[in-house]
Design a protein around this ligand. Structure first.
Ligand code: BT5
Length: 272
């Protein structure tokens, strides 16, 4: 199994980005969940730019208590501590910012089929290559910290995954038949995360909305959305100015605050 190298990661992040946001890396051979470790560090006052990375996770988390399969030594499992001065209601926008950074990291390796699925998934055509889990700590209207957790499948073969995940997952290796350096790709990802996060803080959300929609290509697609116990079918109209998903059903235009989206068909024409 190959271990992550702090030197190689920092070299790949680059001096310019490190000056913008100094990083404090915690490299762990194995942990339960990097989000959990980062959350505990942040509760004890760890500064913005603290990043927890693991070679393997025994309790990797997805949303809604789902599992994130994290085979050892193959992929990226990282959690980034951020302390933005924004309202807690805006924290989900950071998932979209992180999605763009993941897309930018993977796009140089994958020439076709990469897309972002709202709110937190990275796909190559119909297979999932990465996911983002954003958690926060807030008091009343004040945000204390946000943990952005990212899992990206880099060098996994299908046999690294359970039978259930095998049918829905892919990796850079499976898409490109080449193994990559986890440290180098992690560094690139951190570099994009710093750049995109700083841009979000200085320029706001409108560029994120535009860039995310370009990377997603969901606009105009027929989709199914499960929001709690409710199910809706309609056509995706993109993101609103806060980052929620907007869809047009037969009867109304709906804003989706949180949910699981399934793409039903390829592009259809929107009727207004
Ligand atoms: C996610 O949840 O996609 C968020 C995943 C975030 C994982 C990172 S790893 C570092 C950090 N520390 C953590 O503990 N978590 C974060 P969700 O949208 O709920 O998707 C979960 C679903 O994805 C599962 O139910 C499976 O169907 C599928 N899945 C699980 N492991 C996978 C994998 N390695 N690759 C692709 N799909 C997977």
């Amino acid at each position: 199994m190959s271990f992550l190298s702090e030197n190689e990661i920092l070299k790949s992040v680059g001096e310019v980005e490190l000056k913008r946001l100094p990083l404090h890396l915690h490299l762990l051979p194995e942990t339960g969940s990097t989000n959990q470790v980062a959350f505990e560090l942040a509760q004890k006052g760890a500064p913005e730019g603290t990043v927890v990375l693991a070679d393997s996770q025994t309790g990797g988390k997805g949303r809604l208590d789902r599992k994130w399969e994290s085979p050892p030594g193959k992929n990226v499992y990282l959690s980034f501590v951020l302390r933005p001065k924004i309202s807690p209601a805006l924290a989900p926008q950071l998932t979209l910012v992180a999605g763009i950074a993941c897309y930018q990291t993977l796009e140089s390796f994958i020439s076709k089929g990469l897309w972002l699925k709202w709110p937190n998934d990275l796909y190559v055509t119909s297979k999932k290559i990465g996911g983002i889990l954003t958690e926060m700590s807030a008091r009343a209207s004040s945000l204390d910290f946000v943990i952005v957790g990212i899992g990206l499948n880099l060098n996994s073969s299908l046999s690294d995954f359970s039978e259930e995940v095998r049918s829905v997952a892919t990796s850079l290796f499976l898409e490109s038949q080449t193994q990559c350096s986890r440290s180098e790709v992690t560094g690139r990802l951190l570099s994009f995360l710093i750049r995109d996060y700083q841009r979000y803080l200085t320029q706001g959300f409108s560029w994120v909305r535009q860039e995310w929609e370009e990377c997603s290509q969901m606009k105009g697609q027929k989709i199914w959305v499960e929001e709690g116990s409710q199910k809706y079918e309609g056509v995706c109209e993109g993101l609103d100015e806060e980052g929620f998903l907007v869809m047009k059903t037969e009867t109304e235009t709906k804003k989706i605050l949180a949910g699981d989206v399934t793409q039903v068909s390829s592009r259809v024409t929107l009727c207004s």
